[in-house]
Design a protein around this ligand. Structure first.
Ligand code: PBG
Length: 322
């Protein structure tokens, strides 16, 4: 009790503060998301996401090279197709942008961890994450398509595939397809608890994946539900997920903590586009200190229980920590 106990004693100097620091970020925590499209020399800034770009495979290699210089060791690729159709068939085309990007990255940087997002919404003409019939997203017919996408990405050299569609049973379907293709060493990072969130807004502009009708609430989770997140995670782990993700991060820190405490597995959290763009917009106006806000945000996500942080701030944060 005061006056014997004085917590401020341990805050008096930087060495002391650092010694008692409970949560330390490291560049190895980060996965850096990137958008790749076909072409050459493409580097187009995404309007809704300042300092993030659409890249072609060659400029992707340049960007990842620069990120590696900053200390980043892992990337997540999203593909922008040339052509969208009802089923999103470019998603499993071995010559599509993501597959080409993976091959070129693996050639240039064999030691960089390459994760690919597995979903159809960037590739479908209707912008939904699965096959649509009568304006409904069909679960089971979508599974075989997702499995084809995962196998195509793995064949291109992806180290880790990350299904983000929220269909039931997709982790099991992808695991079975990878194993049947002789790829039992490719891990699955499941977007296990993915909420129907307003914070994906900037991404949908970046990926051109805004649903043409309806919304994603028939497959993504209701923001009010946490118990359900635990059930989703349990199912994905039973189906063979190696890592599980909570998404978005900031409005769901309690969910990250509960998943961590309940399952004890490595938990990933996605600091999504809306979280990124809000911070960047406020910083651009001088309303918050950009560097401190980035590190505080990422520290909060890690403190909540995530050990893998997917963030568009990855390069800058790695530099700041470097
Ligand atoms: C695809 C997907 C989305 C994001 C990652 N994968 C968008 C969505 O579900 O609408 C969002 C990423 C971000 O906002 O940064 N299903």
């Amino acid at each position: 009790m005061f006056p014997v106990t004085r917590p401020r004693r341990l805050r008096r100097s930087a060495p002391l503060r650092e010694m008692v620091c409970e949560t330390r970020l490291a560049p190895t925590d980060f996965i850096y998301p990137l958008f790749v499209r076909n072409g050459k020399g493409v580097r187009t800034e995404i309007g809704s996401m300042p300092e993030q770009y659409h890249l072609s495979p060659d400029t992707l290699v340049d960007e990842v090279g620069a990120a590696v210089e900053d200390g980043v060791r892992a990337v997540l690729l999203f593909g922008i197709p040339d052509v969208k159709d009802e089923r999103g068939s470019e998603a499993w085309d071995d010559a599509a942008a993501v597959q080409t990007g993976v091959r070129e990255l693996k050639r240039a940087f064999p030691d960089v961890l390459v994760v690919t997002d597995i979903c159809l919404c960037e590739y479908t003409s209707h912008g939904h994450c699965g096959v649509v019939r009568d304006r409904q997203v069909q679960n089971d017919p979508t599974l075989e398509l997702l499995a084809k996408v995962a196998v195509s990405h793995a064949r291109a050299g992806a180290d880790l595939v990350a299904p983000s569609d929220m269909m039931d049973g997709r982790v099991g379907a992808i695991r079975a397809a990878l194993d049947a293709d002789g790829r039992d060493d490719i891990a699955i990072l499941s977007y296990a608890a993915k909420y129907a969130s307003a914070f994906y807004g900037p991404f949908r502009e970046a990926a051109g994946s805004t649903p043409q009708f309806g919304d994603r609430r028939s497959y993504q989770m209701d923001p009010g539900n946490a118990e359900e997140a635990l059930r989703e995670v349990a199912l994905d782990l039973e189906e063979g997920a190696d890592l599980v993700m909570v998404k978005p991060a900031l409005a769901y820190l309690d969910v990250i903590r509960r998943v961590k405490d309940t399952f004890g597995v490595p938990v990933a959290a996605y600091n999504v586009s809306g979280e990124y763009s809000m911070l960047m917009a406020a910083a651009a106006r001088g309303w918050i200190d950009r560097e401190r806000a980035i590190l505080e945000t990422l520290t909060a996500i890690k403190r909540a229980g995530a050990s893998i942080l997917l963030t568009y701030h990855a390069r800058e944060a790695a530099r700041l920590l470097g």
